[in-house]
Design a protein around this ligand. Structure first.
Ligand code: C5P
Length: 480
């Protein structure tokens, strides 16, 4: 049964259910409205709390196996299996069967070459759902196919991984569904290579393996022994299904740390663009890199993330709901529309001013005027409005881009805005921070200031999200 109907029928409020399943009311309301999907653990708690009336399957379209109860570490894991074209592909049929027995939801992608070795029909029968086979399958692409496949899995395993598929991965090629998914994912990837021993030993394959390992891809095998081809032996045999299951279990277990699971996080990012006339606007140099990195880090930590972004040149982060806006007024409306939330982080460089009245026609210069002035009014201060508003999230974080007396100004700003923390950074010319990949910030809270060393914007994001998660947990523990 859908959660919304259950709440209506049972007469239990969203708040009450939230407390029974140890999450926030904001999360329940987003689940109810179909704006978010729970992690499998949360889905399990909801199933318990609703006496089995609302199960994981009401949120996930992975088939009945995702909600079953075998007792091992893979139960409920969402596995995407990519089968590439090698003779070892037949072993993957056994792998699918075992994954399902272990309680995994299994989706399968077959490359074109794989279909020479195993058929979509046999794979579909074992997996319980038809495999995906083509990048331009209108049916799946309509549902943002490959991006969704990339996102909706706890782990991706490529078995067998051929030399050719690894070469494509190593150089970032995305010319079919399998490689597009592999390039578009931020999920962990496990490769089970299988190939002729001479191909495995070839310097090109060695280079590709080293590069993939450097990129954080995991490997199992290949082992030594008889090849499927008659008369061939050496290193190149695909790992056996039970071994693969063991490694998967470890990886899924490690990936399980989701400190923001069930939380809703709102992040603003990028500049705003305030129109002057139909062709001109007021903007700034913000790249959106820091805000986008924060949204991505929050998603990796298990949060349900709404990113409200001004116009930027970087891609929407994976696994994040991104709302694109232009002006400060639009940004405010999008943020208000996304509330309630557990954490709000305002990393956008919002224009302070906008035109009192935007000119409908392109403003022309005249022969007589040497000067011209624009009539500007102040934009709404989104951070301040949210910090002082009735839907104020329990943790509100602002940014302060300063060029002098960074920390002192940030502390003042924290009070003036009414937020909990300010992340202060020095954006003076020459620091390279505005638009760059690195950042050096100080975290200013009510009681203290921490100076963080220079690090990448991704690392700043990760550290900030980890701190925010700890803060929420500590705050809730103190309130109990
Ligand atoms: O006042 P100042 O622009 O320096 O404050 C910076 C902080 O306030 C940032 O977190 C920024 O995202 C937020 N801000 C906002 N709306 C504005 C101006 C700033 O949310 N109109």
């Amino acid at each position: 049964m859908k959660l919304v109907s259950w709440l209506k029928n049972s007469g239990i409020s969203a708040r009450e259910l939230a407390s029974r399943v140890e999450t926030t009311e904001a999360t329940i309301s987003r689940l109810k409205n179909g704006h978010a999907r729970p992690s499998l653990e949360l889905a399990q708690r909801i199933a318990d709390a609703t006496g089995g009336a609302v199960t994981a399957n009401d949120f996930l379209d992975l088939g009945p196996q995702a909600a079953s109860h075998p007792s091992n570490g893979l139960n409920g894991a969402r596995i995407l299996l990519i089968i590439s074209g090698g003779i070892a592909a037949y072993k993957s049929l056994d792998l699918i069967r075992r994954l399902r027995e272990a309680g995994c939801g299994v989706r399968v992608i077959l490359t074109r070459a794989a279909q020479e070795f195993v058929t979509p029909l046999s794979v579909g029968a074992l997996a319980g759902a038809a495999p995906y086979t083509d990048l331009f399958d209108a049916k799946t692409e309509f549902d943002v196919g490959h991006i969704r496949l990339a996102r909706d899995s706890d782990l991706i395993i490529v078995a067998p991984a051929t030399a050719s598929l690894m070469a494509k991965m190593a150089s970032g090629l995305a010319d079919d569904l399998a490689t597009a998914v592999l390039l578009a994912t931020d999920t962990r990837i496990l490769l089970a290579p299988a190939m002729n021993p001479r191909m495995w030993a070839n310097p090109a394959t060695r280079r590709n393996v080293a590069r993939l390992e450097g990129d954080g891809v995991f490997f199992i095998g290949p082992g030594e022994g008889e090849m499927a081809e008659a008369g061939e032996a050496g290193i190149g045999r695909m790992a056996e299904a039970p071994e693969i299951l063991g490694v998967l279990e470890n990886l899924v277990g490690q990936a399980g740390a989701k400190p923001l699971e069930g939380r809703h996080v709102i992040v603003t990012s990028g500049p705003t663009r305030e129109p002057i006339d139909p062709v001109r606007y007021i903007a700034n140099r913000s790249s959106g890199k820091q805000g986008h990195a924060i949204a991505a880090a929050a998603a990796r930590a298990g949060a349900d993330v709404t990113l409200v972004s001004g116009p930027v040149r970087i891609a929407d982060p994976l696994g994040v709901k991104t709302v694109h806006v232009e002006t400060a007024a639009d940004m405010l409306a999008a943020v208000e529309g996304a509330l309630p939330a557990d954490i709000a982080i305002f990393a956008a460089a919002v224009a302070d001013w906008r035109m009192r009245e935007q000119s409908r026609e392109k403003m022309k210069k005249t022969a007589t005027d040497n000067e011209m002035s624009l009539d500007l009014v102040q934009n709404p201060d989104i951070l301040k409005l949210v910090s002082r508003g009735h839907l104020r999230p329990p943790l509100v974080i602002g940014f302060a881009a300063e060029t002098r007396q960074v920390v002192a100004n940030a502390a003042k700003k924290r009070q003036a805005k009414g937020c909990d923390w300010i992340v202060a950074n020095d954006v003076s010319e020459g620091t390279g921070i505005m638009g760059g990949d690195n950042n050096r910030v100080s975290l200013v809270t009510k009681s203290r200031t921490e100076d963080w060393p220079e690090m990448t914007k991704d690392k700043v994001a990760e550290k900030l999200i980890a701190r925010a998660a700890e803060h929420l947990t500590a705050r809730e523990a103190a309130a109990e």
